[in-house]
Design a protein around this ligand. Structure first.
Ligand SMILES: C[S@@+](CC[C@H](N)C(=O)[O-])C[C@H]1O[C@@H](n2cnc3c(N)ncnc32)[C@H](O)[C@@H]1O
Length: 360
């Protein structure tokens, strides 16, 4: 008989039901998970990784002097960051590990620090009230009685943190999507709820004949316009303001519509409504691509998708759905050739792709 397992956040599994393996260690690992996160978040907030980039490294005394703090916490922070694989030690000096150098140094195009900051400032306090969200079935990061949706009336400072985060995640996810799915025959991409245009920028860079439209709420499209201009792609990517619920139709003239991290924000009924609008906007032979952290059909994981789903509980009316659920919604609308392609990326572990075919 297969042993039951506990799955930790990193996706590793440990036996939990055989007599000799019974130990509270997995629980110790789970319950101290936030120590690791807060160490990363503090080091990032203190700009440790950007400061170390390109330098010969630091000792605890040097860090203490640089931050005007006592040597004790400086030493503890450096040791903690090294233990987590964020720093390594060379000739008595702490230096960035390759992962910190690649993803936690401000200004690099692979910068991932926006995500760390967003989790620390916005989601960590929301997760602190997870039990309340479970009891009430309501978000904890905003108040549905005072705000129409997560996306309405956001504090501008947190909004910019959110977009730094989304952009870094989605740029990396777009690269994995492009490796996993052949998009070479896509000429005109519509990125519905495209946010900062990270997917469009990355996919247009990789596919020279592709042009793209980022469709999003009027408050968000200027962010995409700015990011696209920074990438030098303003001639191939336009940002069009709109609302996929209020507008009767999505912009037409596109052969592929991407929905990345959109459907998990909404209840099933609203998700089906968005997909039906994709159907109406596509030509015969056009396709829709749903990119998400997909929960498996058995609803046992994987951990990143299952935990993102709980994140949707504290943030939205949605949840992370399974390929079987998306397949049913797409099938009901009329889509065919529905398939799931799995890959690994920070913002998605796969896509569900479907084609619009005229009825024979
Ligand atoms: C989680 S973000 C995903 C952004 C982007 N697709 C990505 O993966 O980087 C959800 C996006 O949906 C957009 N959105 C929310 N409600 C919308 C609506 N009614 N019409 C159009 N876009 C909307 C938000 O502004 C936001 O950009």
């Amino acid at each position: 008989m297969t042993a039951k397992v506990l799955q930790n956040q990193a996706g590793t599994t440990v036996p939990n039901d055989t007599a000799q393996a019974l130990s509270p260690l997995p629980l110790m690992q789970l319950s101290t998970g936030f120590w690791a996160f807060k160490t990363l978040a503090a080091a990032h907030e203190l700009d440790l990784f950007s400061w170390l980039s390109g330098s010969p490294g630091t000792t605890s005394e040097e860090l203490a002097e640089h931050l005007h703090i006592a040597t004790r916490p400086a030493e503890m922070l450096l040791t903690g960051a090294a233990a987590l694989g964020l720093l390594s030690k060379r000739d008595g000096h702490y230096v960035n590990s390759p992962v910190a150098e690649a993803f936690l140094v401000r200004g690099k195009d692979t910068y991932f620090g926006g995500w760390v900051q967003m989790l620390d400032q916005r989601l960590y306090p929301g997760w602190d009230k997870l039990t309340e969200a479970i009891r009430t079935n309501r978000p904890t990061t905003w108040d549905p009685d005072r705000q129409e949706s997560l996306f309405a009336g956001e504090d501008p400072e947190l909004l910019s943190v959110f977009w730094e985060a989304m952009h870094s995640i989605s740029t990396l996810t777009a690269r994995s999507l492009a490796d996993a799915v052949d998009l070479g025959d896509t000429d005109r991409l519509l990125d519905a709820g495209g946010g900062s245009g990270a997917f469009d920028t990355e996919l247009c860079r990789l596919h020279p004949r592709m042009t793209a439209t980022v469709f999003d709420l009027p408050a968000i499209t200027p962010i995409a316009t700015g990011k696209v201009a920074q990438a030098g792609l303003s001639e191939r990517i336009v940002a069009v303001p709109g609302d996929f619920f209020l507008d009767e139709r999505l912009p037409g003239g596109h052969d592929t519509i991407l929905l990345s991290m959109i459907l998990h924000d909404w209840a099933e009924e609203r998700g089906r409504e968005i997909l039906a609008k994709c159907w109406d906007a596509l030509p015969d032979g056009g396709r829709v691509i749903i990119a998400e952290l997909l929960v498996n059909d058995e609803r046992t994981g994987p951990a990143p998708a299952a935990l993102m789903s709980l994140n949707m509980l504290i943030e939205t009316e949605g949840r992370n759905y399974t390929p079987a659920e998306y397949t049913r919604w797409l099938h009901d609308i009329g889509f065919s050739d529905i398939r799931t392609v799995w890959f690994e990326a920070p913002g998605a572990n796969g896509v569900v792709i479907a084609t619009k075919r005229a009825v024979a």
